[in-house]
Design a protein around this ligand. Structure first.
Ligand SMILES: N[C@@H](CCC(=O)N[C@@H](CS)C(=O)NCC(=O)O)C(=O)O
Length: 330
């Protein structure tokens, strides 16, 4: 043994072989192996007897962001739903790396864990309202709720098929197109990323910060590339984002009702509010933000009224943040 440690050739061989094996393992895992997960079906409703447990929402917590303190539209959507539907809840901070499916938000309710804002709302609707046949969720199971309502939320069963389809189509535009444009502004462009760096990585020790920043940004970039948005020039991304907001505004304005749900907000109103508040009240300048402020006052009024009604604790909108867009663009 002593001779092994005193043999420079043996030590050099081990010094090369160990890193080579580790690197080989990393490369095979990263580039040639499918991330092997066989997801379980999402739980559809609370375990009987656990309905009255407090629903715990795990979401991002950032100092500058939005009325709920989360910069994520998906987290804000769920918190908005809980507030509108008057479901008791508490909030805990979380990072995607600690989430069961690698994304926030996720939630725990009694012994049940739910992931993804869509399935969380489905779970909550199933737990607190009765299922119908043609359109689901016609009636609350809670005492004290008005007909067709869950707290202040219009249950989907009160909406006609077209109204519900429009609301769902708006949600798809927001979550699968507009969200990614926002990501480009924050993570893709250097100005936005400088702000993200301060917000998310302020506490990371300086010595490892450049590596962490590079790694996380690259990870997000892969997502944006897979979706497609990161393959386009900024002017093309801006143009499409404006078009998408025009589509949302037309669908909203021609509905002729104060909410997508009619006279009261439906689940998709929570998504629309979250996306608008995130666009208008976070410090990321964009052409789309300017466009919505200038051309779609009805959407701006809707978002501000929604915030004042359901997030009174968040205080008034910071008009300096809202105007920042214009100042920067001049
Ligand atoms: N479809 C999911 C999307 C959630 C999502 O994309 N969350 C982002 C934060 S806004 C996330 O955790 N991203 C981390 C990652 O994808 O690695 C939902 O509706 O909850």
């Amino acid at each position: 043994m002593a001779s092994f440690f005193s043999d420079p050739w043996a030590l050099a061989a081990v010094g090369i072989a160990v890193p080579a094996v580790l690197m080989g393992k990393f490369l095979v895992t990263r580039f040639f192996t499918l991330p092997h997960s066989e997801p379980e079906p999402s739980p559809k409703r609370a375990v009987p007897g656990e309905e009255d447990e407090v629903f715990v929402l795990y979401q991002g917590k950032q100092s500058i962001a939005g009325p709920s303190g989360s910069l994520s539209i998906f987290c804000l959507k769920v918190e908005t739903f809980l507030r509108v539907a008057k479901i008791p809840f508490s909030v805990k901070g979380a990072l995607p790396s600690t989430a069961p499916k690698g994304k926030i938000p996720f939630a725990k309710h009694g012994s049940t864990t739910t992931c993804d804002s869509h399935y969380m709302l489905e779970y909550l609707l199933n737990t607190f309202s009765k299922e119908g046949t043609s359109r689901e969720h016609a009636e609350s199971t809670r005492k004290g709720d008005a007909a067709g309502m869950l707290g202040d939320l219009a249950l989907p069963g009160t909406m006609d098929a077209r109204q519900l389809a429009v609301a769902k189509a708006i949600e798809v535009v927001i979550e699968h197109r507009l969200y990614y444009n926002g990501m480009m502004l924050r993570w893709g462009h250097d100005d936005g990323f400088a702000k993200i760096t301060k917000i998310f990585f302020g506490a990371v020790p300086a010595i490892i910060k450049p590596f962490i920043l590079r790694m996380v940004r690259r990870n997000v970039w892969d997502t944006m590339r897979a979706q497609g948005v990161a393959t386009h020039h900024v002017s093309d991304v801006d143009r499409r984002e404006i078009e998408d907001w025009d589509t949302v505004a037309t669908l909203f304005e021609t509905s002729g009702t104060p909410f997508l749900g009619g006279d009261a907000p439906c689940p998709q109103d929570c998504t629309l509010f979250a996306a608008l508040d995130n666009l208008l009240n976070t410090p990321f300048p964009s052409k789309a933000k300017d466009h919505v402020i200038a051309k779609h006052p009805a959407l701006v009024e809707y978002a501000d009224a929604f915030r004042a009604r359901f997030f009174p604790d968040a205080g008034p909108v910071d008009m300096a943040v809202r105007r920042e867009s214009k100042l920067v663009m001049l």
